[in-house]
Design a protein around this ligand. Sequence first.
Ligand code: HEM
Length: 505
Amino acid sequence: MESLVAYVLEIGLLAAALVYLYTKLYSPFNFWKKLGVPFVKPSYPIIGETSFLFKPMEDLGRSWYDTFPNEKFYGTFQLWKPVLIVRDPELMENIMIKDFSHAYNRNNMVEPDTNPLAKHLVNYRDEKWKHLRNKLTPTFSSGKLKGMHPQLLACGDSFVKYLTKNPGDAQVKDLFGRFSMDVVSSVAFGLDLDVMNNPDSKFYEIGKSVFAPNFFVRFFFMLQSFLAPLYKKLGLNLLPKSMEKLFVDAVKQTLEYREKNNVTRQDYLHILTELKKKDDELVKNKELDPNSLDVFDEQSIISNSFVFFAAGYETTGSTLSYLFYELALNQDVQEKVYQEIKTVLEKHNDELTFEAVGEMTYVEQAINEALRLHPPGVAGDRVITKDYQIPGTDVVLPKGTAVLMQVYGMHLDPKYFPEPHVFRPERFDPEKNEIIKGTYLPFGAGPRICIAARFAKIEMKVCTAMLLKNFKVKRCSRTKVPHENDPRSFLLTPKDGIWLNFEKR
Ligand code: HEM
């Protein structure tokens, strides 16, 4: 009996010693303490901090910003992984722009060879990313955007036709989602689906269900950086295999059809096809290794068309929904937007040319203001790729540290945006120059900024101009004020859509 007690005591002492040594010497939770950075202790031993997996993004954005209100930066954890929270505009600019060579990559990415849709810009790293970004940047040049303009107008026309047939109360998240799906399918996949008027299209049904807010997808998206090696091993995708196949087949069939019938359309798919042709030549001349990640091949076309969908569908659909919600609640702003649209169109013989859209500066200010109040991403994501000394401090962040820039918190900080909850597009008047550098980041910043920010703005301006020219937007009995964000989404997106009333002018 005695020997059993002694045995249990010995085991107990050994376990206590191991726990003590682990927490004091080896635990990853000592990371911030060792660096001398203030930090939030993780909620649980061993597994660390889990709140980022469950808290609604809006609350997460607020709490990240409001914890340590007097610090420019502090440490926290995602599970056992240390994450630096940055809440200072100057430091954000340093990390994203000036010292970009220390933070090339985002933390939340998978390897480009993980699955057939992963070989795209969002997932590329380091020098490989730089090469691909250089190739893709001209695809959004003014000339190329002008070439895509007729397709945006066609999508806008379908929208106006739909509302003319169905005026009155509408759930706008669904309508702007359909518009955004029309744009993506037409510009990136070469498919004229007109889902605005044919919502039972299979493509739309599947697309809508995949991108609909979903706790499961959100959970796995937030864990992507932890699970990336597993995804790669198993060839996994956050999309179901049926969806993956649908995208791959849609692009392959369109490419074959165009090739066979000699069809040329000035869209994104065409521009990507031209990039492939250039690299085919280089491979043929043995100037490029056909197996290198640098080669722009058929999989690159498919993946980069897909990223147009993944990165552009929900973001533009939600932003337009919030914009129209704010315009319905702020009729004086809507009137000012409408007057600008009318004046510019009169000058351009009632034609919404590419140039006319460029002249609609107040419309753009309203979009900027909607993105300030409702940025789809609450935080900007980077990972330190080369040891980085935080300027003006002794803190050296080791390679591999994840960093989150607090976009949402800053957009709502009265220090930078007085009366932050008021919808006031005048803040963005380019002549007043009121915006403090580094405080407004809906599209990110620096060399890794959203590559399609200009395209997205033009798309949203075209949609706004065409709708407001024809309709007045008002609240209706089903409009929820204030609106709620969907807790199931990893982006800020309205819960249950937003209901508004469209009245023909
Ligand atoms: C309202 C609309 C949109 C918003 C608010 C938005 C926002 C963002 C943000 C915050 C980033 C990360 C930037 C950074 O890390 O600094 C990003 C990256 C990106 N976005 Fe967008 N985006 C929008 C529309 C689009 C559209 C329509 C496309 C279509 C092609 C697109 C394609 C991309 C790509 C490919 C990247 C990765 C860039 C890179 O890693 O080099 N986005 N976007």
